[in-house]
Design a protein around this ligand. Structure first.
Ligand code: NDP
Length: 334
């Protein structure tokens, strides 16, 4: 391909990721869970959390920071709280280990919280909320990261880019799911702009002196900005608290202090809240008035449901495969 890109079959993504992770010291169970998460990102056209992350995953395995042989453990700390100790591994295995128990807990209690701790999060969040919504549950998930965003009015990074994802089950078809950073742009996208020599849109960040800039390298040295000004900053702060102190995990600033900068993520937690509408609304969700809302959005000219773009990308990629930079492929295959 003339533009330095290579075309891959979607199935090759999992094979490549799995092989690279095994080579970096993961056992098969951990490698499969991470490779599946990377595959889901590429399947849905989210390049910033797909194969692009493999060098980072590999870096933290090789440095010994992340446990490639993690064996997550589950513990009920209250009737509706599932506490997950990820054993110092990457988050995907902790998530796949807890999913069935957490679903059953939410269905029996009506509402449940999963406190995922002692893990390293390097992924998008829609896969877990989508998986819960496919079981008929409404779910919210969030995680924090190393400081990237200043508090409102400040210029020194304090909050992570702190994503929040939400999913809602639908009677016929895929759940509705959105997944968004508290930052104006996900950090992976800022890094991809830097790699590709592209300017950022206005509002994405400031340089180290606090001046607005469109240069991704200056933003990476300075700070990204939250979406929606002080409102986004408050959402980022809420996520710091829920994915940190509320579940006994680190703040972003503490994660950065304890990190060895090996290219992978810092240790952190994930907070998940799931609710069973059959208990909270006392009726099945199918055919309920949520569909009326979605119908009204679909009928509005210029509007669409969040997540619809991702499902369209999924359909396109299923037919056409994935395009990644040749240089990235060569790094993964080393
Ligand atoms: P985007 O801004 O690209 O999209 C955010 C959400 O908005 C998506 O669900 C998207 O749906 C929806 N959306 C976009 N345009 C519209 C529209 N016109 N109408 C309705 N909905 C719309 O995502 P971000 O850059 O904020 O985040 C990207 C990813 O990065 C997320 O998956 C997040 O989890 C991840 N991330 C992970 C971190 C970590 O530490 N693990 C840190 C920060 C981010 P659609 O896909 O359909 O366009």
């Amino acid at each position: 391909m003339p533009d330095g890109m290579v075309q891959l079959e979607l199935s090759a993504v999992k094979t490549l990721a799995h092989a690279a992770l095994l080579k970096a010291g993961c056992n098969d169970t951990n490698a499969k869970a991470i490779a599946d998460t990377v595959w889901q990102a590429e399947r849905d056209g989210c390049a910033s959390h797909g194969l692009f992350r493999i060098p980072g995953y590999v870096g933290s395995l090789k440095s010994g920071k992340v446990n490639g042989h993690a064996l997550p453990k589950l513990q009920r700390t209250a009737p509706s709280v599932l506490w997950v100790d990820g054993d110092g591994g990457y988050t995907p295995l902790a998530l796949s280990t807890m999913l069935d128990d957490f679903t059953a807990l939410t269905k029996s209690q009506g509402v449940a919280v999963a406190a995922i701790t002692n893990t390293f999060h390097f992924a998008a969040l829609w896969p877990e909320v989508e998986a819960l919504a496919k079981k008929g549950l409404c779910a919210i998930a969030c995680t924090s990261y190393k400081p990237c965003l200043p508090p409102a009015g400040g210029k020194k990074p304090l909050y992570g880019t702190n994503p929040l994802a939400f999913a809602w089950p639908r009677p016929n078809g895929e759940p509705l799911a959105f997944d968004q950073a508290s930052a104006f742009m996900a950090r992976g996208d800022v890094m991809i702009h830097a790699r590709d020599g592209k300017q950022l849109p206005d509002g994405a960040g400031i340089d180290k002196d606090g001046n607005p800039t469109n240069d991704p390298n200056e933003v990476l040295e300075g700070a990204q900005l939250p979406f929606g000004g002080y409102k986004g900053a408050s959402i980022a702060m809420m996520i710091e608290l829920m994915a940190g102190p509320l579940i006994g995990e680190q703040l972003s600033l503490e994660a950065a202090e304890s990190d060895d900068e090996d290219g992978g993520p810092a240790r952190g937690g994930e907070f998940i809240l799931a609710m069973d509408p059959r208990k909270t609304a006392q009726r099945p969700i199918s055919g309920g008035n949520a569909e009326r809302l979605f119908q009204a959005i679909a009928e509005e000219e210029g509007a669409r449901l969040p997540g619809e773009g991702r499902l369209q990308r999924r359909a396109k990629i299923a037919k056409e495969g994935v395009r990644i930079p040749r240089e990235l492929l060569e790094r993964i295959e080393v």
